[in-house]
Ligand binder design. Structure first.
Ligand code: ADP
Ligand code: MG
Length: 330
């Protein structure tokens, strides 16, 4: 899962300085994934308190957007598919609105209604053959973000087809990273990194004034960094979970599904996207898997302040026009 790691170098302030800023990191399990939360603070108790606040924020979001938690509003929307609209908090309503904008931007490659296909493909090693093509074709019948009915006045969401479902697997961790960052910034935390299993947002700088650095490793040889990137007040997200894929008849399928065909994406094994927000980067990374190298890069090249680095299943590296890759090790 650790395809992106943070090279926090030389972060300890040298010398017996009192009240010097330091980096306080903590690893926790949230949203079923590993979160590495790092804050800059002057004392451990202060750092701890901030990290607790970030954790509280991520848990709050999880309770709102998790489709597995039957008590969440998202689960209620799914339960009432084909039956009736469900009133939701403005926060969830707006997340769905923004998800639909990204679906439009990616011509439907990213689609939160992919969730009705989740009974066909399993990426936990239990699958031994490609599912029946009729079954796959049937699974996409209920997919289509354009069918989601939103009522702005009442903040209700209605999934008109029975069995239709929404899920935030490809955007939720990015959103949580953004919100935790926002909360800590409002608390006055001068710098930090919220890393949700490779979906991260950063702000400020390291205590020595140097920018945070991320390294993108070669998924085929994790000891080798493809490049390091200084990053300040920006998000970077890497999609491509090397434990979550299935190999059938010699073809490797990612756990990201093409909403139009019902078949998992092939061709890329890692997609990293740099953007102002982790939410956008997260959703775009998933979409690029589906769109493939050429369409993915051409989309990114049209978006201001967005860059990407892709690794194909042959181990080749591709990137968008603007990005500069420092090939020296971090
Ligand atoms: P990672 O888990 O590697 O960070 P992503 O952020 O791309 O990867 O999220 C993948 C998850 O998104 C899948 O496990 C699934 O829940 C969901 N998903 C799969 N295909 C799509 C799609 N085309 N659009 C939106 N969500 C998807
Ligand atoms: Mg994603």
């Amino acid at each position: 899962m650790l395809k992106v790691w943070i090279g926090v170098l030389c972060f300890l302030v040298v010398g017996p300085m009192l009240h010097a800023q330091q980096v306080y990191p903590r690893t926790v399990k949230l949203m079923g994934s590993r979160f590495d939360i790092t804050v800059v603070a002057i004392e451990e108790v202060e750092g701890d308190l901030y990290i607790d606040q970030a954790i509280g924020e991520v848990k709050r979001i999880e309770r709102l957007i998790s489709s597995w938690d039957s008590a969440s509003q998202t689960a209620a929307v799914n339960r009432m598919a084909g039956k009736s609209p469900v009133k939701v908090d403005i926060e969830l309503f707006q997340l769905i609105e923004r998800s639909m904008v990204i679906s439009k931007l990616t011509s439907g490659a990213f689609d939160i209604t992919y969730a009705s296909m989740d009974k066909i493909w399993f990426f936990d090693g239990t699958m031994t053959q490609i599912p029946d093509s009729i079954e796959v074709a049937r699974s996409v019948e209920r997919v289509g973000y354009e069918n989601i009915l939103l009522n702005k006045e009442d903040t209700t969401v209605f999934l008109p087809k029975p069995g239709m479902k929404i899920g935030f697997g490809a955007i939720g961790k990015g959103y949580a990273a953004d919100k935790a960052k926002k909360l800590l910034q409002s608390e006055g935390v001068v710098g930090g990194i919220i890393n949700a299993s490779g979906d991260m947002n950063t702000w400020g700088v390291q205590p020595d004034g140097a920018p945070w650095k991320v390294a993108i490793t070669n998924p085929m040889n994790k000891q080798v960094a493809f490049g390091t990137f200084p990053i300040s007040n920006r998000a970077v997200v890497t999609s491509g979970d090397y434990e979550k894929f299935v190999e059938l008849d010699g073809q490797r399928y990612a756990h990201i599904i093409n909403p139009k065909t019902g078949y998992p994406a092939t061709g890329l094994i890692s997609v990293s996207v740099f953007a102002p927000k982790a939410e956008l980067a997260d959703a775009l990374a998933t979409a690029i898997f589906v769109m493939g190298k050429d369409a993915g890069i051409s989309l990114v090249d049209q978006l201001p302040d967005v860059d990407c680095v892709l690794i194909s299943d042959k181990g080749e590296l591709f990137h968008s026009n603007q990005i500069k890759i420092d090939q020296s090790t971090p």
